[in-house]
Write a protein that binds this ligand. Structure first.
Ligand SMILES: NC(=O)C1=CN([C@@H]2O[C@H](COP(=O)(O)OP(=O)(O)OC[C@H]3O[C@@H](n4cnc5c(N)ncnc54)[C@H](OP(=O)(O)O)[C@@H]3O)[C@@H](O)[C@H]2O)C=CC1
Ligand SMILES: CC(C)(CO)C(=O)C(=O)O
Length: 287
């Protein structure tokens, strides 16, 4: 049984904390108070009552810290680390994008594990989450990756290591960059059935493919069509996390999901007008 602290009790943090609490000693480090966790999963409801802390000064060292805040909240989330981490603690950064390690520069790289999770989940109230699919997790190969995968052995979440993490991260970024169409149109996954919107999604993904290849990822041309197909096969009412932030009036991970394609595209001399335009339009409509 490992000691696991989950920073962030949102859609992903709450879901992972509830699954891991079935087998491990879990502490949830929350910004807003909550009582317990109840997750509606494809296989039925699971419940957990982990220890819940709201003050970083009360944190004590654990084996694993799972950072599951949004990318834009990493600086505040880092306030938990001095209490939670000792010389043996490892940090898993479970966030979208391709820059997970860079978001926690204060933790030595060998003890930081970037994690790609594909698990659609929505928070409906504090501690109440709908998990739409069992989901997958990908982490880089190596001893720390193996240890992380072992934490999920008895859960429905398929966790695995990959020898090509950069490709895994960019494939997920392809899905996420296209998801901006939901926030722009205020429509869940079903919006991908609109052929005009689907063509915008393909264009966003093609830019992501070009930049990802320049960064060393192996991405097939067919990924553009696949992203549309996968979105069409998702639960039609599934709300992605960018869309959820937009409708809740929260900050958005625009830089982590679309801006990064524009930034890294500029570095490689690759034009990314669709990602730039969609991010600018969404940012402007959130004001
Ligand atoms: N939702 C999804 O389906 C998926 C999300 N992702 C990625 O996972 C990451 C997390 O997303 P998601 O779970 O949706 O986000 P949520 O907004 O649902 O949850 C983030 C949580 O972090 C908490 N938080 C923020 N700052 C702090 C802090 N300083 N200390 C403690 N808790 C803090 C928030 O608190 P408060 O309750 O006060 O808001 C919130 O509960 C993102 O990078 C996202 O892109 C990846 C795959 C799927
Ligand atoms: C695409 C999706 C739903 C899948 O995990 C996601 O990553 C998000 O909501 O941010």
């Amino acid at each position: 049984m490992a000691r696991v602290a989950v920073i962030g009790a949102g859609a992903i943090g709450g879901t992972l904390a509830a699954w891991l609490a079935q087998d491990h000693q879990v502490t949830v480090c929350a910004r807003s108070p909550l009582a317990d966790l109840e997750i509606e999963t494809p296989g039925g409801t699971i419940r957990a009552a982990p220890a819940i802390l709201t003050d970083p000064a009360t944190a004590t060292p654990v084996d694993w810290v799972l950072a599951t805040t949004k990318a834009y909240d990493c600086a505040a989330a880092a306030a938990w680390l001095p209490g939670l981490m000792d010389a043996g603690t490892r940090l898993a950064v479970i966030q979208n994008g391709v820059e997970q390690r860079e978001r926690f520069p204060m933790v030595p790289q060998p003890r930081t594990l970037p994690v790609i999770i594909d698990l659609p989940a929505e928070r409906t109230a504090p501690g109440r989450i709908v998990q739409r699919r069992d989901g997958t997790i990908h982490v880089p190969e190596g001893a720390i990756g193996d240890a992380f995968v072992a934490l999920f052995a008895d859960t429905v979440i398929a966790a695995q290591t990959t020898p090509d993490f950069i490709t895994a991260a960019w494939r997920k970024l392809a899905i996420n960059c296209a998801g901006i169409v939901s926030a722009i149109t205020r429509r869940p996954a079903e919006v991908a059935n609109d052929e005009g919107v689907a063509e915008v999604m393909r264009g966003l993904v093609r830019e992501c493919i070009a930049v990802g290849r320049a960064e060393g990822a192996t991405l097939a041309d067919k990924l553009a069509d696949q992203v549309v197909e996968w979105t069409r096969k998702a639960h039609p009412q599934s709300v992605n996390s960018l869309h959820a932030d937009f409708v809740a009036g929260r900050p958005m991970e625009l830089d982590a999901r679309n801006g990064v394609i524009v930034r890294l595209g500029a570095k490689h001399g690759i034009a990314t007008p669709l990602n730039q335009a969609c991010a600018a339009l969404l940012a402007a409509s959130a004001v």
